[in-house]
Design a protein around this ligand. Structure first.
Ligand code: TPP
Ligand code: MG
Length: 916
């Protein structure tokens, strides 16, 4: 049989004016493929296309194929499993997944999703029985990014595997219950031995999976871990693909030839509200995108029932029809049934004749590819066998597959379905509650019969869980398959192997005063390049990550000394080769240069900062970026990092609202510390001096990678150069970590008044200047404190306050900030390059003595000096605030303050910075 030219045309080619000639060409092509293989055919076709293109022929882009399966039936591998048993296991998993949500919602309204897993059950079960590797002594296990709201599926399976018990299942979404519950979605923070990566915020799983796969290559190429055999799987929803993070980095995966990455996109054609592409075809759209990006694309559109029909489609009419029907209409077929499909899909005499041997039920049972294990297995096998490219499997399914009753299969409301309701006979004597219960049983009966579950009608009302006996064929098979694949998945490794602590010498060279002025950012570069990355114990584990801003931060010497990771090495001579700042790329380069891609960089940070668990290798990421493009740009990934129990250092560089002068409103960050504060496992610091930075980083490495504390650090570093003083003495070390320590006291002769001054980051310099103004001009004594972390001060104060409140007769705990400041004299003035709220957090513990200055309002382009005056955080404003506070305490006359305002050149009628 010839391939029919009509089929190939699909409306793209001009009209066939000479079908006989076309048939001759096709004959030749078929003979060529038969005798010399598809590679030769490809060569000749590409040559012909090139010649025709030169002659001006308009050529198809070739990125999409027909609306049919990529793998032909004759190319399908043999299915290696026992289909009957696998179907039974899948039915039990389906049942328990549904029961979990129904039970949770019978008595509470904690929610949950039935329909997503129902559509994806075959996709997961085939992988569980044949592909997902578990962790063994010499394999870390495949990494699977499970679709977040499909979580009832993995839980239901883990129940059969004996890893979760009935109480836990019953307590789905009720995590505070006795005996424990199950988290709504994949949350390693809440289930640290089960989930590996959080996914439910749409788009984050996909981007994390790409960078995870690339990080596995990095670990291998740098000799840090064996990762060749580890596959990263990501399961996505088709609706999820609309998130920019989902598809925004797919070219990286192709460029890096990540054949260790497989994406499975569950194209049930629906998202939450309705169809994903009602007026188009999501599968075709995604195919074009991925193929254009360089991925291996496998479409699984139709189940085996369609094979014969497609084979018999001599004229191409069926494939044309498959192509012309839009997704919205395909959804209608699911809901309306076989008769409707015969009438509306097979809508011509020719098409109708193709299905006249089938009953309406048989037509309705022509399944979509994603519900056919044979097709799904073939696609997975092709994906894992594919070399040199990542693979995406676009698989068509029905949302709510098998779910009976209102809001079931394919309905727009199916995503939100939490309770089943089948049809019952009208009975006025029944209460609403009784009706609800009867409806539920009616629906469950249908489900039970369809999936052949062994419950009597009477048992159904309780929605029981079902677990066959351990020696049943199903359970034996299930356990054997997982054993053969190495163990259960998902499983998260909780054990931690500490690193030997780094050498103090790698840090202490930043303790002495600097000879030349220097910024904390450059101090960080020095700390990395001369200390930490050369440390015998941890140097090799450090992973600097930068999104195309290294020059701003002074990093090029690091490029030359440690190299930028490139899987291709360096295929060109860098223009600056031979210099100490050369852009040196190599396969063993240590730095991840991610280009202008903060989200991708954060995904790399997560891969690196969780490698202690995934691979048992304690890589220590330092992700340095423009602080403005940190939390507020990729805050949700930072939240996911915390959930994933990620460790490492986020370095918010060019920090501060007034310090990165000139760059203006979009660049000047005066609030990232407030966002950082919202993440429970993030410790945020705003150091002023190089030695503080060294102390914090040493502490952080020891805490996270030696002592196994589950946290990550956020440090702001600035680009303003100033004299870095020597560390005052060992005793400040504790204060630096706890968030506050006294730095300098100045007592003028005959001092009559005393104040306490707090400064953070670069603004500490202005506070020190204010100290001099107060001493010299107003006879005020003061101590200046470096406030390295208001967040840490607050957390400690909260701990103490809570302890005291809940243990009223126990010995009272005193907050650290009170220990330092409560016995001091006078008002307390704080200033920083961040919003007032940051410092105000410690107000409740300071007896009303605190005045906080800060940079509330939009930044703008100006000099540092002018900006600090504008935001009222400079020395003069600190001095005035101190004098005013003394006047409020009646220690000095208000006239003195008024005069000071004039003397110090402050305009009292300037607009408030947050209003302009
Ligand atoms: C960032 C984000 N936005 C919105 C949601 C809420 N949400 C959860 S599931 C869902 C629809 C998912 O549709 P799809 O990706 O097609 O998955 P399906 O359930 O159809 O497999 C939405 C909007 C979310 N979880 N994350
Ligand atoms: Mg969907």
């Amino acid at each position: 049989m010839h391939a029919n030219p009509d089929v190939l045309a699909k409306g793209r080619l001009p009209v066939d004016t000479d079908p006989i000639e076309t048939a001759e060409w096709l004959d030749s092509l078929e003979a060529l493929i038969k005798h010399q293989g598809p590679d030769r055919a490809q060569f000749l076709l590409e040559t012909l296309i090139a010649v025709a293109g030169k002659a001006g022929a308009k050529l198809p882009s070739g990125v999409t194929t027909g609306y049919v399966n990529t793998i032909q039936p004759e190319d399908q591998p043999r299915f290696p499993g026992n289909r009957e048993i696998e179907r039974k296991i899948k039915s039990i998993v389906r049942w328990n997944a549904m029961a979990m949500v129904l039970k949770a919602n019978k008595n509470t309204n904690v929610g949950g999703h039935i329909s997503t897993f129902a559509s994806a059950a075959t996709l997961y079960e085939v992988a569980q029985n044949h592909f997902f590797k578990g962790r063994t002594a010499d394999h870390p296990g495949d990494v699977v990014f499970f679709q977040g709201h499909a979580s009832p599926g993995p839980y239901a399976r883990a129940f059969l595997e004996g890893r979760l018990n009935e109480t836990q299942l019953t307590n789905f979404r009720q995590e505070l219950q006795p005996g424990g519950g199950l988290s709504s979605y994949p949350h390693p923070w809440l289930m640290p031995e089960f989930w590996q990566y959080p996914t439910v915020s749409m788009g984050l799983g996909p981007i994390m999976s790409i960078y995870h796969a690339r990080y596995n290559r990095y670990l291998r190429d740098r000799g840090l871990a064996k990762t060749d055999d580890v596959r990263v799987w990501a399961y996505l929803g088709d609706g999820e693909c609309d998130e920019p993070e989902s598809l925004g980095c797919i070219t990286l995966a192709a460029r890096e030839k990540l054949d260790n990455l497989t994406w499975v996109i569950n194209c049930n054609l629906q998202r939450l509200d309705g169809p994903v592409r009602g007026n188009g075809k999501i599968i075709q759209e995604l195919e074009g995108l991925f193929r254009g990006a360089g991925w291996n694309v496998i479409k699984v559109v139709w189940g085996s029932g369609w094979d014969e029909l497609i084979k018999a489609d001599y004229t191409g009419a069926l494939q044309r029809r498959m192509m012309e029907v839009v997704d919205g209409e395909y959804q209608e077929y699911v809901v309306k049934g076989g008769g409707w499909i015969r009438e509306h899909f097979f809508n011509s005499p020719e098409l109708k004749s193709m299905v006249e041997h089938l009953s309406d039920d048989q037509i309705a049972n022509l399944r979509r590819g994603g519900h056919d294990p044979i097709k799904v297995y073939a696609a997975y096998k092709a994906a894992v066998d594919c070399k040199g490219q990542p693979t995406v499997i676009l698989v068509k399914t029905v949302k709510g597959y098998g779910i009976p009753g209102d809001g079931g299969e394919g309905k727009n409301t199916t995503h939100q379905l939490k309770m089943l309701a089948g049809p019952i006979e009208a009975d006025p004597n029944l209460s609403d509650e009784q009706k609800k219960s009867k409806r539920l049983v009616a629906a469950l009966r249908v489900f039970r019969d369809r999936f052949e579950l062994p419950f009597t009608d009477d048992q159904l009302a309780d929605v029981p869980f079902y677990k066959p006996a351990a020696d049943s064929p199903e359970m034996k098979y299930l356990m054997e398959r997982r054993q053969a694949l190495g163990g259960f998945n998902p499983t998260r490794r909780k054990e931690f192997t500490p690193c030997p602590p780094p050498d103090r010498k790698s840090f202490e060279f930043l303790y002495p005063a600097t000879i030349k002025p220097r910024s904390t950012t450059l101090a960080w570069v020095d700390l990395m390049a001369k200390g930490v990355m050369r440390d015998k114990s941890i140097g090799k584990l450090v992973v600097p990550i930068v999104p195309d801003e290294g020059q701003t931060f002074g990093m090029p010497p690091m490029y030359a000394a440690f190299g930028i990771y490139s899987s291709k090495g360096q295929l060109y001579r860098p223009v600056d080769s031979g210099t100490s700042t050369a852009y040196l790329e190599s396969t063993t380069g240590q730095i991840l240069q991610e280009g202008i891609n903060e989200a991708g960089s954060m995904a790399s940070f997560i891969a690196a900062g969780t490698a202690y668990s995934t691979h048992g290798v304690n890589t220590i990421p330092f992700y340095i970026y423009y602080s403005m493009f940190g939390f507020q740009r990729i805050g949700d990934l930072a939240w996911a990092a915390a959930d994933a129990r990620c460790r490492g250092f986020l370095m918010g560089a060019t920090a501060g609202r007034t310090t990165i002068n000139g760059e203006g409103l979009q660049h000047e960050d005066g609030h990232s510390h407030l966002v950082a504060m919202t993440i429970p496992s993030c410790r945020a610091y705003d150091p002023a001096f190089a030695y503080e930075l060294a102390v914090i980083i040493e502490h952080g490495i020891n805490s996270m990678f030696v002592q196994n504390v589950e946290e990550f650090y956020y440090l702001t570093v600035y680009n303003e150069a100033y004299d870095m003083p020597a560390m005052p003495g060992e005793e400040c070390r504790d204060g630096i970590i706890r968030g506050l320590y006294p730095y300098r006291t100045v007592t003028p002769p005959n001092a009559k008044h005393t104040v306490q001054l707090l400064g953070s980051g670069v603004i500490l310099n202005d506070v020190l200047r204010a100290q001099n103004i107060l001493a010299e001009k107003y006879g005020v004594a003061s101590t200046v404190y470096s406030a390295t972390s208001y967040q840490q001060l607050k957390r400690d104060a909260l701990d103490c306050e809570r302890h005291n409140r809940l243990h009223p007769t126990a010995e009272k705990k005193t907050a650290y900030v009170r220990k330092i400041l409560a016995d001091t004299k006078g008002p307390i003035i704080a200033s920083s390059d961040y919003m007032r709220t940051l410092a105000e957090q410690i107000g409740p513990y300071l007896d009303g003595r605190l005045t906080a200055l800060g940079t509330d309002g939009f930044g703008r382009s100006e000099t540092r000096k002018n900006l600090r005056r504008f935001f009222e955080v400079d020395a003069e404003h600190v001095a005035v605030a101190a004098l005013f506070a003394l006047a409020e305490r009646k220690e000095i006359d208000r006239g003195v303050v008024k005069q000071a305002i004039a003397d110090l050149g402050i305009n009292p009628d300037a607009p408030a910075p947050w209003t302009v």
